[in-house]
Design a protein around this ligand. Structure first.
Ligand code: PEP
Ligand code: MG
Length: 549
């Protein structure tokens, strides 16, 4: 067994034979031509053909790997139309009286070098695209077909580097993994591998010759290793991981698009927790029914000043529009305790977890609060937004909040600015005090969402940040579970709905219990949605309740 290492660009295990992708490296010859203008016309004709080919590849990629993976071919079409590139080719043909193939090869090399010299890794990655379009043009000019892999079984493709057009022209069913000696993590090949959901490695020290070609191998995209001629022990260990991964993948595939309904017809909403707009892709990919917790304080933490109304509005609007009518619950800022932003200039406190944080800041600095509320309300005209307030302990806080919300609404009304007049208002239940007055609170709001991370901390009197107390920080503690039931019951008694957005919501060992308690929603990190859906679909809540008696 020989082990080669590289940099993983996408995880996963692939087991199969290696196929060394050999490029057709016949050199472009420099040939003198007598009629440069005719040669330039020949170049333009080839360019049009190349653009047409790319159009076909775009359509093919669109069907196979979607918009993200296909976009590269549109980009290549644009590169072929680039004025500087065209000027360079024409200039070489005219000034040196040389053939178009040579002028294109020369231009491709020069432009690729220019990209390679750039600081930015993204632009360095574009050098491969330059080579790719030039090679395509040369193939058209010289009437050569583009390369591919010859295999009659799915293989692990190993190559020096792979241009996107090379990867997309390969038959996807025949590829288990990509391993390249060169290439960048930002290359489109990496993007394609991710979209195709197959392990991929770059910068691998594997030789590209007969010593590996056709050999049995394992690519471990998690650890960035290729095992050629693996021994039985390695094979067994990797096969086990492979099987587990395959099971997870199959699960994801099967459950997408399904309703979250139990065997006995109980429905639950499975929403996602996010911290910023970058997480939206994962929300969509994992088929979340909405966003149950947008931790808006990350906007504040990522800024060196109070984010303006317009800055916030742009973000909330993007989220609302992306979710296209699915619910987006924005939690107002939860600054303080472990989440500090210098410009808030919060006083030094003996015990910040019990200090000036979250809603307490909002109610003592109404101008900061109102700016956020205005931004959220304005964005509510672009989707289905709900607002949620953290760290509530008392009824008066909720009443005060509602008064401020009404003031902001009236201001918007006066300014003629649109907002959702029916916008839902909810609170987080994350203090024991809120649990105890849940009935009173439920009369005031549309929903509760339990912040089990803080509820556990404040109920058990254990700092959630303190690693050494992990053994005592037990969210399964009966006190917490009893509180959860009290919270749902209080909500339902007063026509409100109840969910969980703390980490406990994603605890698969409690999903049945949460269903039995009657929770209407669980909001979890996007990757947990489909595993949760699996349990929901397999649960018979009435049977489960009977089994507990
Ligand atoms: C919680 O406390 O459970 C919660 C969801 O809020 P955060 O973790 O942001 O404090
Ligand atoms: Mg909390």
């Amino acid at each position: 067994m020989t082990i080669y290492t590289g940099k993983s660009v996408f995880g996963g295990i692939a087991i199969g034979r290696l196929s060394v992708y050999r490029k057709d490296d016949s050199q472009v010859k420099r040939v003198h031509i007598d009629d440069p203008e005719a040669e330039i016309a020949r170049y333009h004709e080839a360019k049009e053909t190349a653009i047409e080919q790319l159009g076909v590849l775009y359509e093919k990629a669109l069907k196979e790997v979607g918009e993200d993976g296909a976009g590269v071919f549109e980009a290549h079409q644009m590169m072929l139309e680039d004025g500087d590139y065209i000027d360079s080719v024409e200039n070489i043909i005219r000034s040196e009286s040389v053939n178009a193939e040579y002028a294109v090869a020369q231009t491709g090399d020069n432009f690729a070098q220019m990209f390679l010299d750039m600081e930015d890794e993204y632009f360095r990655g574009r050098a491969a695209d330059m080579h790719d379009i030039s090679e395509r043009l040369i193939n058209v000019l010289s009437g050569k077909a583009s390369g591919g892999i010859q295999a009659n079984e799915p293989v692990i493709v190993v190559a020096d580097d792979l241009a996107p057009s090379e990867t997309v022209q390969m038959d996807k069913d025949m590829i288990l993994s990509f391993v390249t000696v060169h290439g960048s993590a930002n290359s489109h090949t990496s993007i394609l591998a991710k979209t195709m959901n197959i392990p991929a490695m770059i910068g691998c020290d594997i030789p590209l010759d007969d010593s590996v070609d056709g050999k049995m191998a394992i690519v471990d995209g998690f650890e960035g290793k290729v095992y050629v001629d693996p021994d039985a022990e390695t094979m067994a260990a990797k096969q086990k991981i492979f099987d587990e991964e395959a099971e997870k993948k199959a699960l994801l595939e099967q459950l997408r698009g399904k309703d979250n309904v139990t065997l006995d017809g109980q429905h639950i909403n499975l929403y996602a927790n996010i911290g910023n707009t970058k997480d939206l892709a994962l929300v969509m990919k994992n088929d979340a029914g909405g966003i149950g917790l947008f931790r808006s304080e990350f906007i504040y933490l990522g800024s060196d000043h109070y984010p303006t109304e317009d800055e916030q509005f742009a973000i909330y609007k993007t989220v609302a529009q992306t979710l296209a009518g699915k619910k987006v619950i924005i939690r107002t800022l939860d600054i303080g305790a472990d989440k500090q932003a210098d410009y808030f200039e919060l006083p030094k406190e003996e015990n910040p977890a019990m200090g000036l944080r979250a809603i307490r800041i909002c109610l003592t600095r109404p101008e900061v609060f109102k700016t956020q509320l205005r931004a959220i309300l304005r964005a509510s005209a672009f989707g289905k937004i709900a607002i949620m307030f953290p760290m509530i302990i008392s009824l008066w806080e909720v009443q005060e909040i509602k008064k401020i919300v009404e003031e902001v609404k009236a201001e918007l009304e006066a300014d003629g600015i649109a907002y959702d007049k029916e916008i839902e208002l909810g609170i987080m239940i994350e203090t024991p005090a809120a649990v105890m007055v849940a009935d009173e609170l439920a009369k005031e709001v549309d929903f509760f969402s339990v912040g089990t991370n803080d509820l556990t901390q404040y109920t058990l009197a254990i700092d959630r940040q303190n690693d050494s107390l992990e053994k005592f920080y037990d969210s399964h503690q009966p006190a917490i579970l009893k509180m959860l039931q009290m919270i749902v019951d209080a909500a339902h008694r007063h026509g409100a709905w109840a969910g969980i957005c703390g980490e406990l919501g994603a605890d698969l060992t409690l999903t049945k219990e949460f269903l039995a308690m009657g929770f209407d929603e669980l909001s979890v990190s996007p990757g947990r949605i489909l595993p949760l859906r699996k349990i929901v679909l397999e649960t018979d809540v009435s049977e489960y309740k009977k089994s507990k008696i």
